[in-house]
Design a protein around this ligand. Structure first.
Ligand code: UDP
Ligand code: MG
Length: 310
């Protein structure tokens, strides 16, 4: 069966959102040309979403469920979507209707114009807390500053990608993933599409601060060595300062100035450098642990039930 557009929505406890998501997507997609499929990746839900997805798939053959053996995280669920999608273009969207399905035809239009990645840019965010907006905005800006790939500001995972792009992404097997960074990294003809990020239809965010923090670490370590280089810069800085300090202290002593006599100075210097060294070790550990996980080569996700054709 040839499919024009695959829509991938990761689902982690979104029971109330599933019927509405399906209804709105069906309305939108039936007005577009070509065939479509909806890949619902159940990321270890425990609220009955799994059963809802199964029932939907029995009623409508457009729906293809991929059910994980446990929660593997949003990024991994997106990856499974790439793997199972058969479409000539693949759209990734959240299942909570914050990414309005009505934007998809605009994405398809851009795709027909020849763009291979159409990423949605959040021009406005509705109904999110001050904390979420500030941390998200800070996140985009920090990542933009210190990573080598220029990930478009305020663009999330909501995007359409051509088959060519998806095939390249499928060949990237890194365990710690940052899909929007990966999709910026591959190049191709890309364009942003401003949209208004809506309110969550139902339920609460599945992204607590701890998960956002992990995502930020994945983004930074996945696309930059900057934290590792910090130790080098700091080493040069403190070595340079101490070399300058030697003649200064000698001269001060010679002219009879009693500078730097006490233990406090020594103690502060030792504690400070000790702290910097420990932080640097921690940074090394962060990268080392990731290398260890990559080397183990475990599968990214485990599917309990899924379509036979991948
Ligand atoms: N999600 C997931 N696995 C997780 C956390 C979230 O598949 O471990 C899904 C979730 O069901 C939703 C999407 O990822 O479809 C985005 O999550 P959410 O809306 O909670 O994030 P926010 O919009 O608050 O950043
Ligand atoms: Mg959301």
């Amino acid at each position: 069966m040839s499919v024009t557009i695959s829509i991938v929505a990761p689902i982690f406890n979104e029971l109330e959102n599933i019927p509405e998501l399906y209804r709105r997507l069906k309305d939108v997609m039936s007005s577009t040309q070509g065939t479509w499929e909806l890949i619902l990746v159940d990321d270890g839900s425990s609220d009955g979403s799994t059963e809802a997805i199964r029932t939907l798939a029995q009623q409508d053959k457009h729906v293809r469920p991929v059910i994980f053996a446990r929660n593997f995280g949003h990024q991994v669920a997106i990856t499974a979507g790439w793997d199972y999608a058969r479409g000539e273009a693949v759209v990734i969207m959240d299942a909570d209707l914050q990414d309005p399905p009505e934007v998809i035809p605009e994405m398809i239009a851009k795709w027909h114009e020849g763009y291979e990645v159409v990423y949605a840019v959040r021009a406005e965010r509705e109904g999110e807390t001050w904390f979420k907006k500030t941390t998200a905005s800070l996140f985009y800006r920090i990542v933009h500053q210190i990573t080598d790939v220029k990930i478009p500001l305020d663009s999330g995972d909501f995007r359409l990608m051509d088959r060519k792009v998806v095939d390249v992404l499928k060949s990237m097997h890194e365990k710690y993933r940052f899909p929007r960074g990966m999709s910026a990294w591959v190049g191709f003809r890309q364009i942003g599409l401003p949209y208004k990020r809506a309110m969550r239809f139902s339920g609460t965010t599945k992204y607590p601060f701890s998960k956002m923090f992990k995502l930020a670490l994945n983004a930074i370590t996945g696309f930059s060595y900057f934290p590792l280089q910090l130790a080098t810069y700091f080493g040069f800085l403190s070595a340079g300062l101490s070399i300058i300090a030697i003649p200064v202290v000698i001269i001060m002593r010679l002219i009879g100035h009693g500078a730097f006599l006490g233990q406090a100075t020594t103690l502060i210097a030792v504690l400070f450098l000790g702290g910097v060294q420990l932080i640097s070790l921690g940074v090394l550990g962060e990268y080392l642990g990731r290398i260890y996980d990559e080397v183990k080569g475990r599968p990214l996700y485990i599917v309990r039930e899924g379509p036979k054709d991948k």
